[in-house]
Design a protein around this ligand. Structure first.
Ligand SMILES: NC(=O)C1=CN([C@@H]2O[C@H](COP(=O)(O)OP(=O)(O)OC[C@H]3O[C@@H](n4cnc5c(N)ncnc54)[C@H](OP(=O)(O)O)[C@@H]3O)[C@@H](O)[C@H]2O)C=CC1
Ligand SMILES: O=C(O)[C@H](O)[C@H](O)[C@H](O)CO
Length: 366
């Protein structure tokens, strides 16, 4: 499963300190390309493949793709120049030439599909939310640990150069003590079947609210809130439509996250501190601009070589680069999006869903 070149490189590269971030510039060619397997021929898998094409082919190669239907896997393989297509995820798991699998399946499948690849000894980059609840996140984290493989939740937001700069600015005290984090995230998405159906793991909290919660967690360096208060509305299907969450932290600090699937929100984020503020314009969760103490900074993305489904979709290049860096260093989890942080985000979402009365069948399973 491991490439000899990568193993050698691992020995040469000492781990970087947590929070050091990923270099936004293309890194010089080192060792062999990271060989990606792609699990699913869905919308986000398409964007991930386009994002990989914005990186040097000497560093990132999509070598195989699997979908539940072979014809769709073949269609994606042809569109994206991927050498091998499989009609089952199991075949991808057994491909010895795949180093790391990008998993872009619907939420309730994250646990079983994640288990399949981790169990086969593959490194895994698994779409958000890592699990349907904290128990699922723990199961995946434990399996990755026992298998000695890398696992990361694909919160792409954290790996944009702007996010790296935010972490640096906060550490330098550029806005003083953070007092309020304010985030809105939401679009009209009621026409997306997987988002309104309970058995498909729908609802705004798991789909987009998670971005706001992980952002608060990043800004406050993984601190656990003292209290969580949520208020919202559900669809008749039992998944959440619109929710606002107040996370209260020690020392009179708050994060306020509003999310919805029914209307377009401003999709902006603010971090307000005792000495200034950081503002992220829309779409803040895929940030290419920030305004720090009234000064604007831009960090544009390379143009997509093919059309993408999601705004700034090529921004997934940064998480892919980060995964490669982690693998080169022999890390089993990311210092930027740790499994403890995934667990914290999941546990906050569990509490929010409990307060709203949103329960999935996965919540009943121990
Ligand atoms: N980081 C980001 O910006 C984004 C992340 N996401 C995340 O990615 C995941 C997928 O979202 P998206 O690509 O929009 O969704 P799609 O509906 O486009 O694709 C989901 C894929 O899930 C697979 N799947 C596996 N089991 C089932 C099942 N029982 N029913 C339906 N589909 C199944 C299918 O794979 P197959 O092709 O094998 O049939 C399908 O292609 C979600 O977890 C979402 O949260 C989504 C959008 C943006
Ligand atoms: O992460 C995302 O951006 C989401 O899953 C989208 O909100 C969703 O696919 C609707 O476009």
């Amino acid at each position: 499963m491991h490439q000899p070149g990568l193993e050698q490189e691992r020995r040469r590269c000492p781990p970087r300190p947590p929070g050091a971030g990923t270099c936004p510039q293309p890194s010089p060619p080192r060792a062999m390309a990271t060989r990606w397997g792609i699990c699913s021929a869905g919308r986000i898998s398409h964007d991930f493949l386009v994002a990989l094409k914005t990186l040097p082919a000497t560093e990132h190669k999509a070598v195989a793709i699997a979908a539940r239907d072979l014809a769709r896997a073949q269609e994606y393989a042809q569109k994206h120049g991927i050498p091998r297509a499989y009609g089952s995820y199991e075949e991808l798991a057994q491909d010895p030439d795949v180093d790391v699998v990008y998993v872009g399946v619907i939420n309730p499948e994250h646990l079983p599909v994640g288990r399949l690849f981790l169990g086969a000894g593959k490194h895994v980059l698994l779409e958000k939310p890592l699990g349907m609840n904290t128990a699922e996140v723990r199961q995946l984290a434990q399996l990755a640990q026992s298998q000695g493989v890398f696992l990361m939740e694909a919160f792409w937001t954290r790996f944009f150069p702007i996010s790296e700069q935010i972490r640096r600015l906060l550490a330098q005290g550029a806005v003083g003590e953070v007092k309020l984090i304010s985030v809105t995230v939401g679009h009209p998405m009621e026409n997306i079947h997987r988002l309104v159906e309970k058995k498909l793991g729908g609802g705004a909290i798991l789909d987009v609210g998670c971005y706001g919660i992980q952002f608060a967690s990043m800004v406050l360096a993984g601190e656990r809130p003292e209290s969580i208060v949520a208020s919202g509305f559900l669809y008749p299907s039992g998944v959440d439509e619109t929710t606002s969450v107040i996370l209260k932290y020690a020392g009179k600090r708050q994060a306020v996250v509003s999310c919805t699937m029914s209307v377009e929100l401003p999709n902006q984020a603010w971090v307000c501190g005792t000495k200034g503020s950081i503002e992220l314009p829309a779409p803040w969760y895929a940030p290419t601009t920030m305004i720090v103490n009234h000064q604007r900074h831009e960090c544009p993305l390379p143009p997509p070589p093919q059309p993408v489904n999601f705004s700034n979709g090529t921004g997934m290049r940064y998480e892919a680069q980060h995964v490669r860096e982690c693998l080169l260093r022999g890390l089993k989890e990311s210092p930027i999006m740790s499994l403890a942080d995934s667990e914290l985000v999941a546990s906050i979402m569990d509490t929010v869903r409990q307060q709203l009365g949103v329960t999935f069948s996965e919540d009943q399973q121990g």
